[in-house]
Write a protein that binds this ligand. Structure first.
Ligand code: SAM
Length: 622
């Protein structure tokens, strides 16, 4: 790393060197440091343009889908740095949920940096891993919607490093983390632990993000007041008279002048003005405040007694003919201030708190230990919406069932992805996984769509994993896309998925073009797909001819015109009438000429520079 850096410095002029030195000397911060090369980083970002190429034979569309129907789901083959650069140009601010399961930097040659596997003894192993992820996460950050979230799986060993990196890339966006039981046993002889059985899922989100929570059961909200419904909840606390003498008092209903005695085993949960010392302040409301706000419910029909004398009261106490809470009598011989109850109206029912439904927050947000291992199913806290998820073993089995052999090491279990996505996605979201591996995320998206009638879309980026030993290897095509194909078609007696449920995908490869050569190297198919993705977020089979239709926005047809000549001008002039559109938006290499030519035919059209549209968002162009 340092030799390469030195040779790069040779090419900088004095002013550039001074700037770098000042930056270096003044950059002091708290946090994570790793060896990186800012020059190389910037250069990599702007190196060239990334253009999508649709590979129809590796894409999937069910037979009933039209030949030229559009694809909403994408599998993108290649280094995800390039895929993310493409997505930055096409999907900035459009992705609601990103899930990734990056290589964990285990030292087991599980990831590639600058075309070589990084092993345990690599001197720069941690820095290279951090820099590798930094470059990808900074690109991914710009893809999130204002209420978007990114969830990242990581093992225990690398969690601290990754979390500090995430803090750097997503400042102020940390939500928390989930713990996932990744295996049931194991025997790590390396350290003092018998086995490290858990992993983490780090959660960082933009401000507007909320987990879906769980639809609360409203069956208890049986009472009505006007058009508001409420349920009754207990007014007592689990403290007894000795522990909380101040909240042992009779509750008085001023409307009926009825008094309700307190349970000595469970005193009231709220303070009373009558029991507060002079000048004493409390946090929150007193019982009298709640009564005034009409938040306390008093029984409508109940037994009411007035004991005219103490003898009559004591006699009732002896017969246990007094208000009760379960088996506990609320009036008893040695109770404090027993004489208070003589001559007063005593209610035999119990008051309660009115909890109105509209006062509820989005209930049942997940708790951080919410992912419940299958073998501990019975420990799931009732009513806490705790999904039961499998271990890596389930992930391996899922792949084995689908691909007939161990096509991929350590995939995540679909149940984990489903649990995470069911809490973080809404039914119409786009979900991105740019370390898709075997495609577990895509499978989970389809399963969720089928469960809640959703139309979530997936974008999965996967490398080929080709290397000098296996130059023909194509993990993206042969595992990720193949798995999705089998899942969509239905396997092992399971039903498949319709296109509406996400049962289709476009397989894209990426071509890289030097920005200086863009005019010669970008062909019509590149331009068409890139614009379709940018404008409509979809891939479609390009129509033949020099004028291609991208789609429609309200009453406006969006077109690409590759050649400006008499034939295309005639075709464009006839377009509004043929399509029933009121307006045209046309991308072309010669927008001025086309505008003039159409004006000569009395037609106004919005003509845009095709080259500007293709370059925008790439090659450092904002
Ligand atoms: C831990 S696996 C992800 C497994 C996945 N969650 C699953 O369930 O199948 C990480 C994946 O990232 C891929 N990968 C590593 N570097 C990559 C890169 N630069 N671009 C794209 N994928 C990459 C590896 O090929 C590997 O398949």
């Amino acid at each position: 790393m340092s030799e390469g850096l030195l040779s790069q410095l040779d090419h900088l002029n004095e002013q550039q060197l001074r700037r770098l030195l000042v930056e270096h000397l003044t950059k002091q911060k708290l946090g994570l440091y790793w060896e990186s090369n800012a020059i190389e980083r910037d250069a990599a970002l702007n190196a060239n343009l990334v253009l999508p190429r649709l590979v129809r034979e590796w894409s999937y569309r069910p037979q009933e889908m039209d030949e030229d129907a559009i694809h909403r789901n994408l599998i993108i083959e290649g280094d995800n740095f390039d895929s993310l650069r493409l997505l930055k140009a096409t999907h900035a601010g459009k992705i609601r949920v990103i899930y990734i399961d990056p290589p964990y930097n285990t030292g087991n040659r599980d990831w590639v940096y600058n075309d070589h596997y990084v092993g345990a003894n690599d001197r720069w192993r941690h820095s290279q891993w951090l820099e590798f992820l930094y470059r990808r996460l900074t690109l991914a950050r710009d893809l999130l919607t204002p209420d978007g979230v990114i969830l990242v799986s990581i093992n225990d060993e690398n969690r601290a490093r990754l979390e500090l990196l995430m803090d750097e890339v997503f400042p102020g966006m940390r939500v928390g983390s989930f713990v996932w039981r990744s295996r049931t046993g194991g025997n790590d002889t390396k350290g003092a632990f018998h086995s490290t059985n858990h992993e983490h899922v780090l959660v960082y989100a933009n401000e507007g993000f909320r987990f879906s929570g769980d639809e609360k059961s409203y069956s208890m909200y049986k009472f009505q007041e006007g058009d508001r419904i409420y349920r009754l909840s207990d007014l007592t606390s689990p403290k007894d008279l000795r522990e909380r003498p101040n909240t042992y008092y009779p509750i008085y209903d001023p409307t009926t002048q009825i008094y309700y005695p307190c349970n000595p085993q469970r005193v009231w949960a709220y303070a009373s003005k009558g029991r507060m010392k002079d000048g004493q302040k409390i946090r929150g409301d007193t019982i009298e405040d709640f009564i005034e706000k009409k938040l306390i419910w008093f029984p409508h029909s109940q037994r009411i007694e007035v004991f005219a004398t103490k003898e009559k009261l004591l006699d009732a106490i002896k017969r246990k003919d007094v208000p009760m809470s379960g088996n506990t009598p609320l009036l008893y011989e040695d109770m404090p201030e027993i004489d208070f109850w003589i001559g007063r109206k005593i209610g035999y029912g119990r008051p309660a708190f009115k909890r109105f439904k509209e006062g509820l927050k989005n209930e049942n947000q997940p708790i951080s230990s919410w992912l419940t291992p299958k073998q501990e199913e019975e420990t799931a806290i009732d009513g806490m919406n705790m999904p039961v998820v499998g271990t890596t073993e389930e992930g391996s089995k899922a792949i084995k069932d689908l691909m007939d052999d161990k096509a991929f090491p350590y995939p995540k279990p679909p149940s984990l992805l489903k649990a995470l996505l069911s809490q973080s996605t809404r039914p119409t979201d786009i979900i991105l996984d740019f370390f898709a591996g075997s495609g577990t995320t895509g499978q989970a998206v389809l399963e969720l769509n089928a469960e809640d009638n959703g139309s979530r879309r997936f974008i999965m980026c996967s490398s080929t994993e080709a290397n000098s030993k296996e130059p023909e290897k194509n993990l993206c095509r042969d595992v990720c896309a193949e798995r999705m194909r089998r899942v969509i078609q239905g396997y092992g007696g399971r039903p498949g998925y319709t296109p509406e449920q996400g049962g289709e995908f476009a397989y894209l490869q990426l071509d890289k073009v030097n920005a200086a050569d863009a005019h010669f190297e970008i062909d019509a198919a590149h331009a068409f797909q890139l614009l379709a993705l940018k404008r409509f977020g979809v891939v479609c089979t390009a129509t033949e001819g020099a004028v291609q239709r991208l789609g429609r926005v309200e009453d406006c047809e969006v077109l690409v015109c590759h050649e400006v000549n008499a034939k295309t001008i005639a075709a464009l002039a006839a377009w509004p009438q043929q399509s029933g559109a009121a307006r045209l938006a046309i991308y072309t290499m010669r927008p001025e000429t086309l505008r003039e030519q159409l004006a000569l035919r009395g037609m106004e059209a919005n003509c845009y520079s095709l080259m500007d549209a293709l370059m925008r968002g790439q090659g450092g162009i904002a």
